[in-house]
Design a protein around this ligand. Structure first.
Ligand code: IFM
Length: 480
């Protein structure tokens, strides 16, 4: 009998490979005023005029806080090995310092218990961008003190939840926080500081290092890692200035965050921008880099699309891919993101380039060699235009194709004889379970395996949900 595409893909999965789905608290929980939660920098930003594409509010989002049981049932039906969620720091510590909010912790305890009962391993991100507002107002990641506060929060999370968490992720995508939040101002906290945003890199990395130490001291269980966003970067042309700026973007986007963690040093930057990095070096104190380079159990990697860079601000000085605002800082950038006319695009306009995920894994091995822990692809997924409401499953075949092609590219790349042979690829998480509040894009970009009607909050699994369910089931059949 001929094997289906799902069976073929399942047969490629190595034993012990984790199949999971990921979410983030701020994008799904809603209930922003419930049970003692404090406001975050993102609440404040999203309620400022003009920041969110559809002018939407994150206050309800998917109302997951009140519908966690229903969402747990969906996860259970999906048959995934692991679920990556994040804790909203302002829900468990409204001021970002001092008193803990017991009701907030109780919510996460219930959630983790529910996952364990369903046989799903919890993967917990401590920081997925929702800084408690008082900390943001005191400087957020521009202030070294935020790293100290984060380490207290990490210690408490380890103490309370350590016996239930399988894998801890300290921070999610510090690059996005620095670039979109502090350099360009298209995310919270909306600052347009360009290179003056660089201290936020160092303080987040410091928070990571301190957080790893705090978790190791407060819990014996659980593996620990961080999640970085990565993209293979190429130049728009062979012209020296395009290549220099591609190197600069690569240093800023990829190496600035991975090198200190894995190699214990900041990367070299091309001469064109050397002077601009003074604010970063000024933030570094003796011993910091040793602290940042903590031994890790895994390295979380998020991949969505490759990047092509050209010198100069670019004809339209357009917003970063998928962002609606043309903020002033963009016009001052010395480079721009160039098109990929050869690739189809997602709803966000992101190029669909699965082979580049394989390339990225090769790059990680070449750059970091033996210092590279096992890699977990902690996010991979795509948005496509889908209706606001639906009577039945949406046939999101483009998403299925995107997911299958990316998973296959990653597996082929690390397989014996593959170009990234030697990289230990431990798992892959789909972004994301539910359509949700997609940051500055509001509710305009649907990434979910499950459709959410944002008026009724009704959940309807899409065809891609059924595809992932079949993949998890097929793997069990293959193993049997
Ligand atoms: O929704 C985000 C997520 O919060 C972080 N990584 C990228 C996703 C898609 O934009």
């Amino acid at each position: 009998m001929p094997r289906t595409a799902v069976d073929r893909l399942a047969a490629l999965l190595p034993p012990g490979f984790t199949l999971g789905v990921a979410t983030a608290a701020f994008q799904i929980e809603g209930a922003v005023d419930d049970d003692g939660r404090g406001p975050s920098g993102w609440d404040a930003f999203a309620h400022s005029p003009g920041t969110i594409a559809d002018g939407a509010s994150p206050d309800i989002a998917d109302d997951h806080y009140h519908r966690a049981e229903e969402d747990l049932a969906l996860l259970s039906r999906l048959g995934v090995d692991a679920y990556r969620l994040s804790i909203a720091w302002p829900r468990v510590q409204p001021d970002g310092r001092g008193a803990w909010n017991e009701k907030g912790w109780a919510f996460y305890e219930r959630l983790l218990d529910g996952l364990l009962e369903a046989g799903i391993r919890p993967v917990v991100t401590l920081y997925h961008w929702d800084t408690p507002l008082p900390l943001e107002e005191a400087g957020g990641w521009l202030s070294r003190e935020t790293a100290e506060r984060f380490s207290e929060y990490a210690a408490e999370a380890g103490r309370r939840l350590g016996d239930r968490v399988d894998q801890w992720i300290t921070l999610n995508e510090p690059a996005t926080v620095t670039l979109n939040g502090y350099a360009l101002g298209v995310h919270a906290p909306g600052k347009q500081l360009l290179y003056e945003a660089l201290p936020s890199v160092h303080h987040q990395l410091l928070a990571h290092g301190l957080g790893v130490q705090a978790l190791r001291a407060s819990t014996d269980d659980g593996k620990i890692g961080i999640t970085n966003l990565h993209a293979p970067v190429s130049a728009k042309s062979w012209r020296p200035f395009d290549r220099l700026h591609a190197g600069l973007f690569d240093a800023i986007f990829n190496r600035l965050f991975a090198d200190p963690i894995l190699l214990g040093r900041y990367p070299r930057v091309p001469w064109i921008a050397k002077r601009n990095f003074a604010p970063l070096l000024d933030a570094v104190r003796p011993g910091d880099l040793e602290l940042i380079q903590q031994p890790l159990d895994f390295y979380g990697l998020n991949y969505y699309y490759p990047v092509r860079i050209g010198a100069g601000a670019g004809p339209a000085a357009g917003a970063p891919t998928g962002h609606h605002r043309r903020v002033a800082a963009l016009k001052r950038l010395p480079f721009h993101l160039a098109d990929f006319p050869e690739f189809p695009r997602t709803g966000f306009g992101w190029p669909i380039a699965p082979a580049h995920l394989g390339t990225l894994l090769v790059q990680m091995r070449d750059r970091y060699g033996d210092t590279l822990p096992p890699i977990l692809i902690t996010e991979n997924g795509a948005s496509f235009p889908e209706p606001a409401s639906t009577d039945g499953p949406i046939d999101d075949s483009e998403r299925i194709d995107y997911l299958a092609a990316h998973l296959e590219s990653a597996l082929d790349s690390v397989a014996p004889g593959g170009p990234a042979e030697g990289v230990e690829l431990a798992g892959w998480f789909v972004w994301t379970l539910l359509d949700n509040f997609e940051w500055a894009a509001g509710y305009t970009q649907r990434f979910g395996l499950v459709h959410v009607d944002f008026d009724t909050l009704e959940r309807t699994p899409k065809a891609s949900f059924e595809w992932l369910r079949q993949l998890t089931a097929a793997r069990e059949r293959t193993a049997a």
